[in-house]
Design a protein around this ligand. Structure first.
Ligand code: AMP
Ligand code: FES
Ligand code: ZN
Ligand code: ZN
Length: 314
């Protein structure tokens, strides 16, 4: 196996590109693909302040590293979701990376700052964990970016993630989600710009990138996600990709080039009619935003425990 660029010994094959790469040229490929996407979709420029949401996993840590390597002004944001040891370990990975690179990491801890964690909060609010988690993440990413004066929030969604989400949304024709499944969502009042600079790179490549760059990441998956539909869609696409390398890329980028705008037309009105949440000031479709309603429900049962603890302490 020889590197396509230098003909030296290769360390990885990328079947989608029908090519093998040595470590140096593989890392260059990752940087080039990231830079290409940033440019192609006008995600941000050298003067923008970027906040990268880091989960402690391979994708978001690789993204942070790539953006630093490309010379962008980029800080990290870690949300402590209170998912037991999984959250403790993922936070440690994010902190270790920040320390090693001398980079700034902002942290928001759901249990200490909002009084609930994802496992018990989602039960109390009668939501599936990933839905309570997704809602909390979106709200807190937006808030951290706006409070901190960042121009854009970047997440580590890769090609495998985006193709699987697209596959799921197409199987069930969720047109309102298809309208918004873009690598860039422009800023709107109360919302920062959101970007996904890893959409040209796959999961396996991001793991290889971290290994070659000596980045320690949390390998275990979130325990709350086990068995969810999204993982099933990923497995199905992996079977197809195995037989026809490049299918995921063609599916996702074909959607962006030829289909996404058709869904957007039908959903332009979804963007309107937002008011301001009377509790937190975020954009909302009713008096109180979905996040504040979640916090209220999620902390309702937790409250007596907190009061008892305080009473005992006092
Ligand atoms: P997921 O929804 O877990 O697939 O994660 C998608 C992206 O969201 C990751 O690549 C990160 O950019 C971001 N993210 C996930 N979990 C966290 C977290 N606990 N703190 C900050 N960012 C996160
Ligand atoms: Fe959100 Fe697992 S990371 S439920
Ligand atoms: Zn090479
Ligand atoms: Zn609110």
């Amino acid at each position: 196996m020889k590197c396509r660029v230098c003909r030296g010994p290769a360390v990885i094959d990328v079947r989608r590109h029908n090519a093998n790469f040595c470590a140096e040229h593989f890392l260059r490929l990752c940087r080039d693909q990231t830079a290409k996407v940033i440019d192609e979709f006008a995600m941000f420029g050298p003067d923008d302040r970027v906040l990268v949401a880091v989960s402690g996993g391979k994708d978001s840590l690789a993204l942070w590293d790539l953006l630093l390597e490309l010379g962008y002004a980029v800080d990290g944001l870690y949300l402590g979701l209170g998912i037991g040891g999984y959250s403790d370990r993922s936070g440690e990975m994010a902190r270790a990376f920040a320390t090693a690179r001398g980079a700034t990491l902002l942290e928001v801890d759901l249990p200490t700052e909002y009084g609930y964690d994802i496992p018990s909060g989602s039960r109390a609010a009668r939501r599936v964990p990933c839905s309570a988690c997704g809602l909390s993440k979106r709200h807190l990413f937006d808030k951290a970016a706006l409070d901190g004066g960042y121009d854009v929030v970047a997440t580590g969604h890769n090609l495998d993630d985006e193709a699987a989400v697209l596959f799921g949304n197409a199987l069930t024709w969720k047109t309102e989600y298809l309208a918004r499944q873009l690598p860039v969502l422009p800023a709107r009042p109360g919302f920062p710009r959101k970007v996904k600079p890893l959409v040209r790179l796959g999961e396996r490549e991001m793991a290889a990138y971290c290994v070659l760059r000596g980045i320690d990441y949390i390998v275990e998956e979130c325990p709350m996600a086990a068995g969810n539909k999204h993982l099933g869609y990923k497995e199905a696409l992996n079977l197809i990709e195995e037989r026809s390398p490049g299918t995921k890329r063609d599916f996702y980028f074909g959607f962006l080039a030829r289909a996404a705008s058709r869904f957007a037309e039908g959903h332009a009105e979804d963007q309107q009619d937002l008011t301001t949440c009377e509790r937190c000031g975020a954009p909302a479709s009713s008096e109180v935003c979905a996040f504040c309603r979640l916090v209220e429900k999620a902390t309702r049962t937790a409250e007596p425990v907190a009061i008892t603890r305080k009473a005992q302490a006092g």
